[in-house]
Design a binder for this molecule. Structure first.
Ligand SMILES: Cc1cc2nc3c(=O)[nH]c(=O)nc-3n(C[C@H](O)[C@H](O)[C@H](O)COP(=O)(O)O)c2cc1C
Length: 420
């Protein structure tokens, strides 16, 4: 019977049910989607059939339930490629740790994973698993990959697990919450777009602090030491974090870039100014240090312009070390941001140096980029980055800086520890 509020009238949902205890909630989800006017096609993994029967799912959906990749009848009739296309949205509920690992790895060895690899539709994933499985770095890595690939998440929630006496994050969102996420996704007009990451708000309620650009270290009132950083990457990160729902503070060195929309910008000149502005901006949930801070500054700043007096005597330029903003903040006992991300601009032994920097500076993640002149990173529009974490290195292809920023923000959001 149609629901009075037929918000999903004529929408076609492909529901993938995987093998977890929450599979029974998948049955309720079918009912909830249908009562809002949706047509629901169901695919079940082998694991799912251990928990609920295709007969029950088929009876509720009002059609065949698909379980086999190598199904002669289905291959002639529907087939995994058509299943991957003939819908407005794919919902995976419950999504097991195993199925998400397969999705993140691009596997296609059963019907569900083959469809999820073949599809260009928006995909909404509702994870459900034991809290220990959810917080495991492998699952968190996979989630980060899926988010970077544009997959949308519903839940998981915190609460009592089906297993007796266990509580934590890992409970599947209730079917009505998943329906609300489906409605929001379809209403946002994202159903036929592959660009479904930009509007996700995984950083809603978070304060993100970003630094960007070079610093200028004065020699005298008119001269300074600087570097070629344009600030483009850091500004793009600040914009992407704001688009992801965060409150963003951007501390920027001297650059000729406009303030990104919705970002609170503090303009500074020297490394010492930058550190002070960063400390004022704390506390933050995430700090991303993308600025190319000068390592050294002139030991003495002349009060007036140094003059060439014709004697041929060159004034000595003594330098002294600047504060290390990344290390200072990452090593703070009190008020350390939950996640500290540093950038490493290197011209030699990029990965080796980035790994060393990770430990030495106390950062959680180092984003390494090769800024050799041949790569035209400094000032250029593209970047090739490697994400260095204690668990390993993930290398991304060369991408526009905006795209690096967008992916990085979603990757970082996926690494945030689930909040209590
Ligand atoms: C009783 C039982 C309950 C399980 N519950 C879950 C679960 O809630 N989430 C999960 O990710 N895996 C769970 N598993 C493990 C999955 O069933 C297993 O990884 C399976 O290979 C998943 O297959 P699929 O992802 O193809 O559906 C459970 C296993 C058993 C035996």
């Amino acid at each position: 019977m149609a629901h009075s509020d037929a918000t999903l009238q004529d929408k076609r949902i492909l529901l993938v049910i995987a093998g977890g205890i929450a599979a029974y909630k998948g049955l309720d989800l079918i009912r909830r989607l249908k009562e809002r006017g949706a047509t629901v096609r169901v695919v079940m993994t082998k694991g799912a059939t251990e928990f609920i029967t295709p007969l029950a799912a088929g009876a509720l959906a009002g059609g065949t339930v698909y379980t086999e990749l190598f199904d002669r009848e289905a291959e002639q009739d529907v087939g995994h490629i058509r299943l991957a296309r003939e819908a407005d949205l794919i919902v995976v509920a419950p999504a097991t740790a195993d199925l998400m690992a397969k999705m993140a790895g691009g596997h296609a060895d059963d019907l569900a994973s083959a469809i999820l690899l073949a599809t260009r539709l928006p995909v909404l994933v509702a994870p459900a698993m034991n809290p220990a499985m959810w917080v495991h770095p492998a699952t968190q890595r996979n989630i980060a990959t899926l988010l970077a690939d544009g997959i949308r998440l519903a839940g998981p929630e915190r609460g009592e697990m089906a297993e007796s006496g266990e509580a934590g994050t890992g409970r599947m969102s209730e079917p009505l919450a998943i329906v609300a996420a489906v409605e929001a996704l379809l209403a946002a007009g994202k159903a036929d777009s592959s660009d479904n990451v930009a509007d996700a708000k995984p950083l809603l309620g978070k304060h993100v602090l970003v630094t960007a650009g070079p610093t200028h270290e004065p020699i005298d009132p008119v001269r300074y030491i600087a570097n070629r950083s344009s600030g483009k990457q850091g500004f793009a990160i600040a914009a992407a974090a704001a688009a992801a729902g965060a409150r963003v503070t951007l501390v920027a060195g001297p650059v000729g870039l406009a303030d990104p929309d919705g970002v609170s910008v503090r303009r500074v000149e020297t490394a010492r100014d930058m550190l002070a502005a960063v400390e004022i901006a704390l506390p933050a949930d995430i700090a991303i240090f993308a600025a190319a801070v000068a390592d050294w500054r002139p030991a003495h700043e002349a009060g007036s312009k140094l003059k060439k007096d014709g004697s041929g005597i060159v004034p000595p330029l003594h330098v002294t070390e600047n504060p290390d903003i990344l290390a200072t903040i990452a090593h703070r006992r009190d008020g350390r941001p939950g996640l500290v991300v540093g950038f490493a601009a290197e011209t030699d032994d990029v990965l080796e140096n980035a790994e060393k920097k990770l430990g030495r500076k106390g950062a959680d993640i180092i984003v390494a980029n090769d800024v050799s002149p041949a790569n035209n990173v400094m000032g250029g529009a593209a970047n090739t980055v490697h994400l260095v974490t204690p668990e390993g290195i993930e290398s991304w292809p060369q991408l526009p800086k905006d795209e690096v920023a967008r992916r990085l923000v979603h990757w970082i959001a996926g690494r945030l520890k689930p909040t209590a």
